[in-house]
Design a protein around this ligand. Structure first.
Ligand SMILES: C[S@@+](CC[C@H](N)C(=O)[O-])C[C@H]1O[C@@H](n2cnc3c(N)ncnc32)[C@H](O)[C@@H]1O
Length: 287
């Protein structure tokens, strides 16, 4: 990885001025090959309901393809005014200016709150600098897709390789990484549930690092085993072994300090409504 990255720096940084200037790009201009663009849009399952933001949009190809092929809206943020002009001209030529916007500016200054899909072909250190802003600004469920460069300890939810014959650096392929922004589920949650006609008080303590939660649950003060815990976007699921005869399956959507969904006994179809309330809010660990 380090060798590949070094080779990329040599191949791409030669024309860049050595002393950092306010308008010096953090990453040089290299286009994403068309087959890789298609795979990025496919991984993010971009549809007409999406608003895609491409950070460092170059000639605008990712935004324009998202609009043309998937009916999405999109915005490209680009530092280089010449590339912004090229992207605007191409959007006009393809008749997509209604939905494809291109703005000149620094990607670090742009508010990302409106995005439902974020794409990037930047360096790992830029991705890592962006990480706290992604967790601060992006809604749960937003898909983040990065071409070739990872986010270090923040492991992707999905990874794919795409052949790129004649690639200008490294092996003839691109690696794509996708993350789904998680809701903040961290903290202490409480709920009550009648089991065998007896009300039981549950308490769950959730710790969360990036999109990965860990959970400890007690039922009337007694620890209960949890398995198959999953958090994706704002949806949480887990199984709880309450007694040798009762495994309960919980699933809910988290909004603010409320989790609302259903609970059912494993192996049975009938589910009942379930609600939990967060009584102490925790923080997502981003290190
Ligand atoms: C590797 S290219 C990717 C272009 C396009 N997204 C693609 O995949 O084809 C990175 C782009 O980011 C732009 N860029 C670099 N630093 C930037 C910054 N701080 N703010 C906005 N754009 C930046 C560069 O000018 C370049 O066009």
């Amino acid at each position: 990885m380090i060798r590949r990255y070094a080779a990329l720096l040599v191949a791409m940084l030669l024309p860049v001025v050595a002393v950092a200037q306010p308008n010096t790009p953090d990453v040089p201009y290299v286009t994403t090959p068309w087959n890789v663009v298609e795979t990025m849009l496919e991984m993010a399952q971009v549809t007409a309901g999406d608003n895609l933001i491409d950070l460092g949009s170059g000639d605008g190809r990712i935004v324009i393809e998202a609009v043309k092929k998937r009916g999405a809206r999109g915005t490209g943020i680009e530092l280089n005014p010449h590339l912004v002009k090229i992207a605007l001209e191409e959007a006009k030529r393809q008749g997509v200016t209604e939905k494809a916007k291109f703005l000149e500016g620094n990607l670090f200054d742009f508010d990302l709150r409106g995005a439902s899909v974020l794409t990037m072909y930047l360096f790992p250190q830029i991705n890592i600098r962006l990480r706290p802003r992604l967790f601060e600004q992006l809604k749960p469920g937003t898909r983040v897709v990065s071409h070739d460069f990872h986010m270090d300890e923040w492991r992707p939810d999905m990874q794919r390789e795409v052949p790129v014959p004649g690639k200008s650096y490294g092996p003839p392929k691109s690696t794509l990484y996708m993350w789904v922004m998680p809701v903040n589920a961290a903290g202490v949650w409480r709920w009550r549930l009648p089991l065998n006609n007896t009300p039981v008080a549950f308490e769950a303590t959730v710790m969360q690092r990036f999109q990965k939660p860990e959970i400890t649950v007690t039922a009337d003060g007694v620890k209960a085993a949890v398995s198959e815990l999953q958090l994706r976007g704002d949806e949480i699921r887990f199984r709880l072994l309450h007694s040798p005869s009762a495994t309960l399956e919980f699933s809910a959507r988290i909004s603010g300090d409320e989790a609302a969904g259903t609970v059912k006994r494993a192996g049975e179809d009938a589910a009942t409504d379930w609600k939990a309330t967060r009584t102490e809010r925790g923080k997502i660990r981003l290190d």
